[in-house]
Write a protein that binds this ligand. Structure first.
Ligand code: NAP
Ligand code: ZN
Ligand code: ZN
Length: 349
């Protein structure tokens, strides 16, 4: 056992505050990682506030973890002390079901073990996330991180990166496709970068007029302000894919109308309230809605390698741990450009 400094939510209504936790002893297949940076995902807010149902408290959020290996178990094959390493949204799964065997651990039939707000496979040891100084994880659920990219800007790839990379690959988005990204936040800005890198014609759909110039800098070819009725009318029936990253309750139908025949809305944003979709809005043009959850370990490694090869990182604002509650309220106002990343050195003092 070893101690780690952390920040935790003690219940749904109070701000995050300092907390100390114990990490398990390094087992034969485990690596211990000194956490250097951790991204702040909107899922952290949803869960800290029990917006997706009752959370397990104390809750230490954080699933965009990068750092350095400080210890390895006797049977660890792929990591050595000093290596850079990453941990994403889950730290274990059953390892035997068809999904696990197919590298789709996020869809494990018995449920993945989330990095936080969950229990280990024993069903009783709580998991704690990356708003902490160190973590112990099985090497099979640990990612290799290139030293070619700035580490703080790599952290968000572990969730925002894979969550947008995976569905765009799944639908084979690329040259000849018109892809719209709905919502320019952490996920949205990575979606723009990937869709552009894959060769698609990319339109940013945003509710924030101030983000138009940034969308262009990120590589988007077009920008539509979703409150601009005329522009929305003109865009009707034009997109092959809409990647919906919006975190707040909203009406899907407004955006489904922008899909062409056979077009697909890919839902990755998880608002606390559902949107009703009348059948007519799908059957009229054989439109579909699909969902996608993060990505498996192998695909996450593929995405990280793709980013290292194509010089793709997240646009980040690095913060101290003590700024976290302010960061949350800014994210709730869509005021993040485009991912907060915690420098864990601020928690070590
Ligand atoms: P974020 O950085 O806070 O960005 C969300 C964006 O949604 C905002 O920047 C804003 O973009 C837009 N938005 C917010 N409120 C809105 C409203 N009322 N109406 C219209 N647009 C609004 O959040 P994130 O970290 O990217 O996460 C986005 C969502 O994805 C969250 O629900 C999160 O839980 C979920 N998520 C899912 C997965 C998965 O595996 N499926 C993984 C990670 C996160 P504009 O200013 O451009 O409108
Ligand atoms: Zn996330
Ligand atoms: Zn499984």
């Amino acid at each position: 056992m070893s101690l780690a400094n952390a920040y935790a939510a003690q219940d749904a209504g109070t701000p995050l505050a300092p907390f100390q936790l114990e990490r398990r002893a390094v087992g034969p297949h485990d690596v211990q990682i000194e956490i250097l940076y951790c991204g702040v995902c909107h899922s952290d807010i949803h869960q800290a506030r029990s917006e997706w149902g009752p959370a397990i408290y104390p809750l230490v959020p954080g699933h965009e973890i990068v750092g350095k290996i400080t210890a390895v178990g006797d049977h660890v094959k792929n990591f050595t002390v000093g290596d850079l390493a990453g941990v994403g949204c889950f730290v274990d799964s059953c390892r035997t079901c068809d999904n696990c065997k197919a590298g789709l651990e996020q869809y494990c039939d018995e449920g993945m073990t989330s990095t936080y707000n969950d229990h280990e496979r024993d069903g009783k040891t709580p998991t704690y996330g990356g708003y902490s100084t160190q973590i112990v994880v099985d090497e099979q659920y640990t990612l290799h991180i290139s030293d070619k990219l700035p580490l703080h800007a790599v952290a968000p790839l572990l969730c925002a990166g894979i969550t947008t990379y995976s569905p765009l690959r799944y639908v084979k988005a690329g040259k000849g496709h018109k892809v719209a990204v709905l919502g320019l936040g952490g996920l949205g800005h990575m979606a723009v970068k990937f869709a552009v890198a894959f060769g698609a014609e990319v339109t940013m759909l945003s509710s924030s007029p101030s983000k138009a110039a940034d969308a262009e800098k990120l590589g988007a070819h077009h920008f539509i302000l979703t409150s601009d009725q005329e522009a929305m009318k003109q865009a009707a029936g034009t997109f092959d894919f809409i990647l919906n990253t919006v975190s707040a309750p909203h009406d899907y139908n407004i955006y489904l109308n922008l899909l062409r025949t056979n077009g697909t809305m890919i839902v990755v944003g998880v608002p606390p309230e559902a949107s009703q979709v009348p059948a007519f809005n799908l059957i009229g043009k054989r439109r579909s809605i699909i969902g996608s959850l993060i990505g498996g370990i192998a695909e996450t490694q593929e995405m990280l390698d793709f980013c290292a090869g194509h010089n793709i990182v997240s646009e980040v604002e690095v913060i101290d741990m003590s700024y976290i509650n302010e960061a949350y309220s800014r994210m709730e106002k869509s005021d993040v450009k485009y991912r907060f990343v915690i420098d864990l050195a601020s928690l070590k003092q």
